[in-house]
Design a protein around this ligand. Structure first.
Ligand SMILES: NC(=O)c1ccc[n+]([C@@H]2O[C@H](COP(=O)([O-])OP(=O)(O)OC[C@H]3O[C@@H](n4cnc5c(N)ncnc54)[C@H](O)[C@@H]3O)[C@@H](O)[C@H]2O)c1
Length: 381
């Protein structure tokens, strides 16, 4: 029993608002977008840049801040998932602490893929109880997914994103010209998240991918049709994220492809990128949906044919009923005791399943093994 005379209730609401904006040619000195958030005169910026991005844009980045007379400390962040660690997180914090920025109006700027923007967002949420940050995704995965929401984090205890926070950015700038230098495997990796949205939410996007997906890959998303594919994917993703920013609702359409994929991409012997694991999950989930009568045979075929067209190499030796079942159990725990597995209902529709049985997964794995096409890599990893 509480003594009512000694209960104090504190209530406070903090509005969340940020923009995700297309912004071509972000390092053009005439373009002041990047420094438009926060103070832009006599100012400092702590800029975290992916080392592979720096290889191509080093001079432009430095010239940009010089031109605007901004005292910028550019920190090069090493590439890849293996660096999404507590050690690297603390290293960034130490470097940041050596460069005293004004904690209210000199946002840190994160320029890189999902690994970098996830870690930078977590740095921003932790340092001095929270400082503003701006994100500039340079991978397709970052562009359509990782950078546009508010989730930040690092891997911990052999678990992905086990430490993290929800930290809204001040702004996200989308400049698709970064994709020109992105390795082909990472273009396809990001494409998997676009396929996800198309299948579970947006039939028109699905048709666009059928008609123009291959040419978008070839142009590295530089032509105008690709721009509309990207806009549709970003808009669709944000439409799903906005009403559920803090994931109070655990049944989320955007988790389509993110159930079985978890075990596949965290397995010690995995050779799968996040999007590749998601794509395997999409195919398994589509087979489960078809068996349940949620997808017709022609609809199922269209999904498999679309994926086939893009010649994505899937290292799927780890796909076994036991591993997928163990992952489903782990995700059920993560989703508060219910499976909440998004399954496609027709193309562009969604239905959540809470009663998937081991035998269904067994049968889906068997059909998957019969149907899948093994593509030889046509590109340099
Ligand atoms: N926060 C979220 O909501 C969210 C959503 C999806 C994924 N993620 C996270 O995103 C991460 C994966 O992101 P990713 O696929 O962008 O991987 P990544 O950040 O490792 O980048 C992929 C590779 O591309 C290189 N690179 C980046 N931009 C380049 C460019 N323009 N030109 C040449 N090389 C470039 C990087 O150095 C790296 O080697 C995972 O850790 C995942 O958990 C987070």
């Amino acid at each position: 029993m509480t003594d009512k005379a000694h209960v104090w209730r504190v209530r406070y609401q903090r509005p969340i608002e940020y923009e995700v904006a297309n912004c071509q040619d972000i390092f053009n000195p005439e373009n002041d977008a990047l420094i438009s958030v926060g103070r832009s005169r006599d100012a400092r910026r702590f800029v975290i840049v992916d080392e592979n991005v720096e290889k191509y844009f080093s001079t432009q980045i430095r010239d940009y801040f010089d031109f605007h007379k901004i005292d910028a400390r550019v920190l090069l962040f090493p590439s890849g998932e293996k660096n999404k660690t507590v050690d690297k997180f603390l290293w960034v914090l130490r470097e940041l602490d050596k460069f005293p920025i004004n904690r209210r109006d000199e946002p840190i700027i994160a320029i890189g893929g999902g690994v970098l923007t996830d870690i930078a967002g977590f740095v921003a949420s932790s340092y001095r109880r929270g400082i503003p940050h701006v994100k500039v995704p340079t991978t397709l995965m970052g562009y359509v997914d990782a950078s546009i929401g508010i989730k930040a984090g690092i891997n911990f205890n052999n678990q992905k994103n086990r430490l993290g926070s929800f930290e809204p950015p001040k702004k996200v700038f989308l400049d698709r010209s970064f994709l020109k230098t992105l390795p082909q495997r990472h273009i396809l990796n990001g494409l998997c998240e676009i396929i996800k949205l198309a299948v579970i939410k947006d039939y028109e996007l699905f048709e666009l991918l059928e008609a123009h997906g291959t040419s978008s890959i070839e142009s590295r998303f530089q032509d105008e049709t690709s721009a509309s594919i990207l806009d549709r994917a970003v808009g669709g993703m944000l439409e799903e994220l906005q009403p559920n920013l803090f994931e109070d609702e655990l049944a989320r359409k955007v988790d389509f492809g993110h159930t079985f994929s978890y075990g596949l991409e965290t397995h010690p012997e995995t050779d799968l990128l996040h999007g590749e694991a998601v794509l395997i999950d999409i195919l398994i989930s589509a087979l489960l949906a078809a068996t349940r009568g949620l997808l017709s045979d022609p609809e199922l075929n269209r999904i498999f044919e679309l994926v086939d067209k893009f010649r994505i190499v899937l290292n799927d030796e780890l796909v076994t009923p036991n591993l997928l079942w163990a992952t489903l159990e782990e995700r059920t725990y993560h989703r508060n005791g219910l499976q909440r597995v998004p399954l496609p209902e027709g193309l562009g529709g969604c239905n959540f399943a809470n009663d998937i049985k081991f035998e269904e997964i067994q049968s889906a794995c068997k059909i998957y093994a019969e149907r899948k096409t093994n593509h030889e890599p046509i590109y340099q990893y």
